[in-house]
Design a protein around this ligand. Structure first.
Ligand code: PNS
Length: 158
């Protein structure tokens, strides 16, 4: 199970998903759809972009989930959660979540180190840079760029 918000999917996410697909027979990209209502893209839009981005990976599927990740893992019979670690700063929170998830159900979390070229990458930063006119074309799949700029342009001013 590769969980996340994916608002929107970045090249860093795809790096982790592609590598998870070489480690496991089957990978489900789990799009959390109830953590926060404050998302740029709707759940269906995020799922659609991930489906497009992973279309070339035959053992990868995409699904939305609500509620606890561990419940979704149980429903799907997943035996591991895969998380990318960009830096030591990610580790503290990810370790806490991994231990909480393991206490809820017997599931392992596998940490995959992010490739150095994406170690600074986060969806939140992509949105901020793009909102101020910065070039994010090397950071997200090409087909994400149009919808990203459209969404940002139609977002109400603060
Ligand atoms: O991309 P994100 O925002 O880091 O993804 C976080 C996500 C969706 C993986 C995490 O918030 C999650 O697992 N949410 C589901 C609710 C849940 O199980 N919470 C308890 C975590 S210990």
């Amino acid at each position: 199970m590769c969980p996340g918000s994916f608002d929107p999917v970045t090249n860093g996410h795809l790096d982790i998903i592609e590598r998870a697909a070489t480690l496991f027979d089957e990978v489900v990209v789990a799009v959390g759809i109830n953590k926060s209502k404050n998302r740029l893209f709707s759940p269906d839009e995020r799922i659609g972009m991930l489906e497009q981005a992973t279309a070339g990976l035959p053992n990868v599927s995409v699904a939305g989930f609500t509620g606890l990740l561990t419940t979704f893992c149980e429903e799907r019979g997943a035996n591991a959660i895969v998380k990318g670690l960009r830096a030591v700063s990610d580790y503290e929170y990810e370790l806490q979540m991994a231990q909480m998830n393991a206490s809820l159900t017997r599931i392992e979390t596998v940490f995959v180190p992010t490739s150095p070229e994406w170690s600074f990458l986060a969806s939140s930063l992509v949105k901020e840079v793009a909102a101020f006119g910065g070039d994010v074309s090397g950071l997200v799949p090409g087909f994400v760029l149009g919808p990203l700029l459209e969404k940002l342009a139609s977002r109400p001013a603060e």
